[in-house]
Design a protein around this ligand. Structure first.
Ligand SMILES: Nc1nc2c(c(=O)[nH]1)N[C@H]1C(S)=C(S)[C@@H](COP(=O)(O)O)O[C@H]1N2
Ligand SMILES: [Mo]
Length: 212
């Protein structure tokens, strides 16, 4: 549509702009009452929460949200997720946990990139996960990709929940906003695999973890 605007006669473009201005002014008039509400929201820790980016369910303590809502939790419902309680993190909650940095060579461009975020085991602790030596984690991504990883491996390979790639938040539509990832280069048995096989346990677009 932007390209098409460039082909319109100048008069029509100006008309478009003034229409937008009218629209904006009308918007301001209507928004008068909303301003105090916005101000209140930014002071209220509950209402100022960002969207949940990661939900942890399964063997956990009380959690911080209710059961899966089959009406409104559509993506999880479609992907067969079920829970009666869960703990969800927004971006701020994940960023508030101590961050670890890794520098794996990525298979996509064969280059080293810096990834930072909390250790997955630290995230699980914050979620109240109840774990033992037989615990496995089902890591689930937005596109339905899943990886089942023993907690022992998550600890040994120091998996992180990456929130930043080369210092920038990771886009949805790219590898983010969260990526369960480790540094294969740091482990001889992984580094010896071809680059295309080192990241099979690393769902990008991670949004759900089931503690089994
Ligand atoms: N969300 C998501 N993560 C994923 C995958 C995927 O299909 N979706 N594929 C996995 C596999 S098998 C590998 S080898 C690497 C690279 O796969 P990709 O090219 O599909 O990203 O990412 C892993 N993580
Ligand atoms: Mo793969």
């Amino acid at each position: 549509m932007l390209c098409m605007a460039g082909t319109l006669p100048a008069g029509i473009r100006r008309g478009g702009i003034s229409l937008k201005r009218r629209h904006l002014l009308a918007g301001f008039a209507l928004c008068g009452a909303a301003v105090p509400v916005l101000a209140q929201a930014s002071r209220d820790p509950v209402n100022s929460r960002g969207p949940a980016l990661l939900t942890v369910s399964g063997h956990i303590a009380a959690g911080n949200r209710g059961p899966l809502d089959p009406a409104l939790d559509q993506l999880m419902k479609k992907q067969g997720v079920e829970f009666t309680r869960a703990y969800s993190f927004d971006f701020a909650a994940l960023s508030a946990l101590p961050a670890t940095a890794i520098a794996p060579t990525l298979e996509y461009d064969n280059r080293q990139h810096r990834l930072t975020g909390p250790l997955l085991s630290r995230v699980l602790r914050a979620a109240g996960a109840q774990t033992n030596e037989t615990t496995r984690l089902l890591l689930r991504a937005i596109d339905g990709y899943t990886a089942l990883v023993p907690l022992a491996e998550v600890d040994r390979f120091r998996f992180i929940v990456a929130t930043h790639l080369d210092g920038q938040p990771i886009p949805l539509g790219g590898l983010g906003p969260l990526w369960a990832v480790y540094e294969p280069d740091a482990f001889p048995e992984m580094a010896s695999k071809p680059a295309s096989e080192r990241f099979a346990l690393c769902p990008w677009g991670l949004y759900h973890v089931e503690v089994q």
